[in-house]
Structures are given as C-alpha cells and as structure tokens.
Design a protein around this ligand. Sequence first.
Ligand SMILES: [Zn+2]
Length: 161
Amino acid sequence: MTAAAEDTVPALATTRRLQALAVMGWPTARLSRETGLVLYRLMPLLTGAAKTTRREDARAVAVVYVRLSTASPGLCGVSHIAARTARERAGAAGWAPPAAWDEDTIDDPSAIPQWTGHCGTVRGAGIHERDGLPLCAPCADALYRRRLRDAAHAARTTTHA
Ligand SMILES: [Zn+2]
C-alpha cells in the first residue's frame, strides 16, 4: 500500500457528520472554518460527491462534530438568516440530523439514519406519515416493495378467482 492510500479513508461517516451539522443550521463557511477544511475539500464531502477523504480531515470533522452537534448555531454567532439558509438547503436535500444517528451507527457503512426508530420498514414509513416527516429513502423502498408484493398478491388472487 502506498503512503497516499494509507492516509485515505471512506468518506461516508464524514459526509454524514457534515450533513447532520448542516441540518442543525451550521453554514458551510462556518464548517470550513471550524474544521480547517478549505471549501474545495469540504464541499464534495458535504454533498456526498467525495467517496474518500484524507484521514486527518475525517478526524478533524469528527472532533468538530462532537462539539457542534450539541451546540446551538444561533448561540455561537451564526446569524438567523445563515442558519435558516443552511437548514433549508439540508432539508431540501433530505439530509439526516444528528438525532438520526448514534455514536455506533454514524461510522457504520451498513447503518441507515433512523428518523423513526424503524426506518427501512413499512412501520417506519407509517411513522414518517404520522409525524409529517418526508419519507426517507429506506422507508420509501420498504413501502415500494410492500406495494409490489401487494400488487403481485392481488394479481394472483384475481387469476384464481
Ligand atoms: Zn425512514
């Protein structure tokens, strides 16, 4: 393994952390300043375009996440407008808030954000609906699979009738 490869890690957990902070209302410029990542490194991580990142950048984001995920942007000098802009952009992109993750899941590539406690199931989809949350992708998939099964079942039932 080359030195460069050793210094690179999958970007997923870093992306989850940055997106969760954006959902809270931390603006990109502030995240750049806090993490020390220049925008051309930060942006691909924030949007999920980057599949890998430098290990030191992942560590910097993890340290900043611990601090900012329990802080209030408004109480830390972020303007109301900047926070709202960050929240709206993150919301439109469907990014998951810190509450959807815990210490174990945020670093687990196979984990999905838990908006409902039952995400990835039809029950989870029902909780999204009950609470007025937009469907997350795993719940939308679960609902879609259920509808396909129901349609197949209905088709069989019709054939046998
Ligand atoms: Zn869900």
